[in-house]
Design a protein around this ligand. Structure first.
Ligand code: SF4
Length: 88
């Protein structure tokens, strides 16, 4: 999957919820991200509430900590997105 399709897939699943496999994998990833030093609070909370993965609501993967800079809500829901630190 290309980077553009990866991003679109993540946002699509953010808005639609995705299928059961996506939901379960997103939950697994979110629990890992929530305890990762690279996860930081950004300005996404007000614009992009996350009602099903509250542990990463408003968080992004910080480039300053070696992350990808992505908002985590779509990142964990993207089928092909890879954690830059290989944690999931
Ligand atoms: S995607 Fe990886 S590096 Fe980024 S916050 Fe999640 S676990 Fe940490």
């Amino acid at each position: 999957m290309s980077k553009a399709k990866d991003i679109i897939n993540g946002w699509s699943n953010y808005f639609t919820g995705g299928d059961q496999t996506t939901k379960e994998e997103a939950k697994r990833r979110a629990e890992i991200c929530a305890t990762c030093p690279a996860s930081k609070y950004g300005l996404h909370t007000a614009l992009l509430p996350d009602f099903t993965l509250s542990e990463i609501q408003g968080m992004y993967c910080s480039k300053e900590e070696g992350g990808c800079g992505c908002p985590l809500s779509p990142a964990v829901r993207s089928a092909e997105h890879q954690c830059p630190k290989n944690r999931w």
